[in-house]
Write a protein that binds this ligand. Structure first.
Ligand code: FE2
Length: 429
């Protein structure tokens, strides 16, 4: 007797017609034809059941603040940073908590059950850290939230940033952040990477830095981050976020850089939605895409995990908390359109992101947490194409969100029909 069985599931690894049995908050069995009784049964009817989506790079202190105190007219990264600087003094704990909780509701409804959020520690009030620590606790039953102490205006460039970052870590923020390309000089940037890696090593924490988020082909902070990770024994505990300058770097230099990143076992976190919007802004034509070298990094064995970064904030006026939208953009910008490419992209929204965040008990195997999402699509490739309805979102064995399937009703002379955008797809072969 199980508490729940999800029947006739297609799994992301290609297994079809699989039943997933749940006891309590854990997966008890994953096999075809489970005949035991269960308290509840969900028939997936040959649709995709995946472990939850995971967003390893987000800014929950800024989300849903679009238009406060005004819109970003140029749409650039630098105007976004300036705009956030205008809004920052007016931030209150109550408003931050309210917006973050609203975003978490949206995320859960899309099957997104783990988020790593950077938290701006520039303002000495640290109201952002206070608010998101409260949110981390309040959402814990249904969403894993990790927090990164993020010196948005520069660790050395902004007065008080060194002290504020340490205070945020003392308060319980989980991860050490940084923004070396925003320091005044390349030397200051390199020094900030070394200082922040030392803090992480001393405190036993991971590192996740905004790194080389520019179009500057000479930016070298990812190299420094890889070297300092090895120096401080932080292999596998360091993430490089954005890394957009790698797009513009010399190919010979990158052929040396990627093995250094592999030595550091660096997690790579590109953010395709925001970076296709922000990069190449100083170019006339042709305009660079500016996303880091996803295919080459994956081929070198690095763990690549895509982030959403922003939803309706000073930097990005779009977004919906849907990681499939992130993957859809990644396919286009990285030009990874093959079937195997798309499967790799889907992994970068799920298992790779879980690995980057160090989530325990993640996956659809016996003994894992009973966390999963039923989608109105047959497989990962179709899910990326359709960004389909999340029919059921399950957390620790309980259904916490449901959405009715999307069915269109056709009323054409001689051709009345119900159209299921998923079921009407015929895969090649
Ligand atoms: Fe970011």
């Amino acid at each position: 007797m199980f508490d729940l069985i999800v029947k006739s599931a297609n799994l992301p690894d290609g297994r079809r017609g699989i039943d997933i049995a749940v006891s309590g908050d854990h997966i008890a069995a994953v096999e075809a034809g489970i005949s035991a009784e269960a308290g509840d049964v969900i028939d997936a009817t040959g649709r995709l059941v995946t472990p939850p989506f995971v967003d390893p790079h987000f800014h929950m202190d800024a989300t849903l603040s679009l238009g406060l105190p005004r819109m970003n007219v140029s749409g650039t990264l630098l105007e976004g940073i300036a705009l956030w600087g205008e809004l920052r003094p007016a931030l209150t704990r109550e408003a931050l908590v309210e917006r973050a909780l609203r975003y978490c509701d949206l995320a859960v409804s899309q099957g997104l059950l783990a988020v790593r959020s950077h938290v701006d520690t520039t303002d000495a009030r640290l109201v952002t850290a206070e608010a998101l620590l409260e949110v981390r606790e309040r959402v814990a039953p249904y969403l894993d939230l990790q927090l990164v102490a993020f010196p948005q205006d520069g660790y050395y460039r902004s007065p008080g940033a060194v002290e504020n970052l340490n205070r945020a870590l003392d308060m319980g923020v989980d991860i050490v952040g940084g923004i070396p390309h925003f320091e005044r000089t390349m030397e200051d940037g390199a020094a900030s990477v070394a200082a922040l890696c030392r803090i992480a090593a001393d405190r036993g924490l991971p590192v996740d830095m905004h790194c080389d988020e520019t179009d500057d082909p000479m930016s070298r902070h990812v190299e420094t981050l890889a070297a300092q990770a090895v120096r401080f024994g932080l292999q596998g505990r360091v993430a490089g976020s954005h890394l957009t300058s790698m797009h513009s770097m010399d190919n010979y230099y990158v052929s040396k850089l990627i093995p250094l990143m592999a030595d550091a076992q660096m997690h790579v976190i590109p953010n395709p939605l925001i970076n296709i919007m922000l990069q190449g802004r100083h170019d006339t034509y042709p305009k660079r895409r500016g996303m880091t070298r996803v295919r080459e990094l994956m081929a070198a064995g690095l763990n690549v995990a895509f982030g959403h970064d922003c939803v309706m904030d000073p930097w990005y006026s779009m977004g919906s908390g849907d990681m499939l939208e992130v993957g859809h953009m990644a396919i286009h910008v990285a030009q990874m359109a093959g079937i195997e490419d798309k499967k790799r992209i889907f992994d970068a929204l799920t298992v790779n992101s879980a690995r980057a965040m160090g989530l325990q008990g993640y996956g659809l195997e016996k003994g894992c947490n009973a966390d999963m999402v039923v989608l109105q699509a047959a497989d990962p490739v179709e899910a990326l194409r359709l960004k389909p309805t999340r029919l059921a979102v399950i957390r620790r064995g309980k259904v916490i969100a449901r959405t009715a399937p999307r069915i269109g009703m056709l009323d054409l002379p001689g051709r009345p029909a119900a159209i299921d955008p998923g079921a009407d797809y015929l895969p090649p072969g």
